[in-house]
Every structure is written in C-alpha cells, then in structure tokens.
Write a protein that binds this ligand. Structure first.
Ligand code: A3P
Length: 303
C-alpha cells in the first residue's frame, strides 16, 4: 500500500464536465502519483492539471511588463524563483536580515500559473506588485495566447535530462514512496529563444551553477534590471544559493500551502549527481533518447 500525498493541483477531484469530455478524447496511460495521466498538447498531465491548464489558457491575461519563469519540473525552478524574486524586488528588498527569502520558501513568493488556476479558475493576480513574476511548467505552444502576444518576457531554464530524471525520481519518492516518474523534455523554448531573443531567454541549470554571477547578470539585463554594483550581484547570488536557502529553517521544516514538505525542493543541487543513482545502461538509454529528440536542434547538454 502506497502512502502518497498528492497536492490539490494534481488531484482528480471536482473536474468540470468540459474537462471530463476533453479527457475522454485524450490518449492516457497508467499514472505516477495519480491513477491515470493524459497526453494533452504533447505533454503528459494529471486530470487536475489539464483542468488548470484549460482555465489558465482561457483566463490568464498577461501584462506587457510581466516576467514568466518557464521550467521543466526539477530543472531549477526553486533557484530561479528565488533569483528572479530577489532581482525584481531588489530596490524594495535589498539583501538584508529582513529579506523575504529568509523567512519564506521561494515557491509561495512566485505563483505557479496552471496550479493556481486548477485551485480556482477566478484566481486574480492583479494585486501582485509590478512587474508581476509568475511561473509555469507549460510547453511554449501551450502558453496562454496573451503571454505570446504581449511584450512580457520569458526566462526558460532546463537541465541535463539525467540529473532532472534522478531529481524527479527522488521528489516523487517523497510524495509517493513506492512509485517512480518519467517526464517529457521540451525544446520549443530553445527554438523560440533563437527566433526571438528579446522575448525568451534560455538558461541551463549547468551554466547557472558553473558561472552563477555571469548568468545572473545576463538574466538581470534580459528582464530589464541590469546591475550597476558588483556587490549587489554577489549578495543576491549568495542569498539564493543552495547552501544558503537549504539551511534556512523555513526551507527545512514544515509544509508549503500546497501541502508539499518545504524541504522536498532542496536535495543536493549538484551537476552530474545522476552517476550515483543511474545504472550505466539506463544512462545510455536516456542519452540515446535525448540525442534522438534533440538531433538537429543545435542544443547540447553538458555532462
Ligand atoms: P537535486 O534533486 O538534483 O538536488 P525544482 O526547483 O525545479 O523543483 O528543481 C529541484 C532541484 O533543484 C533539486 O535538485 C534541488 O536540490 C535543486 N535546487 C533547489 N534550490 C537550489 C539552489 N538554490 N541552487 C541550486 N540548486 C537548487
């Protein structure tokens, strides 16, 4: 018997008739965390998330000044949430002993669009301070039209698929100890970042880890809040580092509003940690799949 905890945004309860009708027409497979998952617009989702995505696509209205963080799960969302929050609000919250990131886990500070729309189709983000910062795991082609049509900016972060796979596997084990996970890798943000570099910034976990200050400056310039003082960059980098955030009481104890344990988002924060977990043969399978899916794109993953 599995003792799983499924956050409300993934759960199957209270689906609308529209969602049920759509689900009945979609390809489905045995799920992870929930009994069935469904292929919607090319990605696999729980029933609950399909409803959240539909609500989000219908109701979300982007402002030109918005900043959208797009990631694949386990590719550095928590880190980027912290970095972007600290960058955007650095005039209001200079790095000090009173910084919100010292008392609040990065997740509740940055709304997760399709999950919040799953909980309430009428969720209102108008109260967020401008520029509004929001996060999504949606693929580029599934984004609400107003994100694509407005001048808002998208920062996209991805990670070496083997490390992401291992990270997701550990995260999944915490939520549902006897199950494991698989997740699609997506490359449309890569193409968009080439086609429209003022709209989409492509970041990788590995580069962010190897040269954090350089990458943080690149992100800051992209979202229009470039630095003048080097000290400010290093203070933000330090505040948002794995070492600092993972040691904070607020990220070690207790649960987030969605019920997930705060410490689930901080495990090792390393590059190449997959070597401790994946067998050589499984690593080869993932490499082969990655190579096939990304062939011709010009995108290469280090390590
Ligand atoms: P590992 O499981 O490999 O340690 P996400 O935030 O997208 O859910 O990704 C979680 C992964 O990012 C975990 O990787 C976690 O440890 C790592 N992580 C969380 N905060 C980080 C930070 N401040 N710096 C670097 N990595 C971080």
């Amino acid at each position: 018997m599995t003792s799983s905890y499924v956050p409300i945004y993934l759960g199957d309860e209270d689906l609308t008739q529209e969602t049920r009708d759509l689900l009945s027409s979609l390809p489905s497979e045995k799920g992870w965390l929930v009994s069935q998952i469904y292929q919607f617009e090319g990605s696999w989702h729980t029933q609950g998330l399909v409803q959240g995505i539909l609500n989000c696509q219908k109701n979300f209205k982007a402002n030109d000044s918005d900043i959208i963080l797009a990631t694949t799960p386990k590719s550095g969302t928590t880190w980027l949430k912290a970095l972007l929050f600290a960058l955007i609000h650095r005039d209001k919250f200079p790095v000090s002993s009173k910084h919100p990131l010292l008392a609040t886990n990065p997740h509740p500070l940055v709304p997760y669009l399709e999950a919040d729309y799953r909980v309430s189709p009428d969720v209102d983000f108008s109260e967020l301070p401008s520029p509004r910062l929001m996060q999504t795991h949606l693929q580029h082609h599934s984004l609400p039209v107003s994100i694509k049509n407005s001048s808002c900016k998208i920062v996209y972060c991805c990670r070496n698929p083997k490390d992401m796979f291992v990270s997701l596997w550990h995260f999944g084990k915490k939520l549902a100890p006897q199950e494991i996970a698989d997740y699609p890798i997506e490359k449309s943000y890569w193409y968009e970042s080439r086609k429209n570099p003022n709209k989409v910034l492509f970041v990788t976990y590995e580069e962010l880890k190897k040269q954090t200050e350089v990458e943080v400056k690149r992100i800051a310039n992209f979202i229009g809040c470039g630095f003048t003082a080097e000290k400010e960059v290093s203070e933000i980098v330090k505040l948002c580092s794995f070492e600092s955030l993972s040691k904070l009481e607020v990220n070690r104890q207790g649960k987030l509003p969605n019920g997930i344990e705060s410490n689930s988002y901080f495990r090792k924060g390393e590059i190449g940690g997959w070597r401790d977990t994946l067998s050589e043969s499984l690593a080869e399978v993932i490499d082969r799949t990655t190579e096939e899916k990304f062939r011709g794109s010009g995108l290469k993953f280090s390590c």
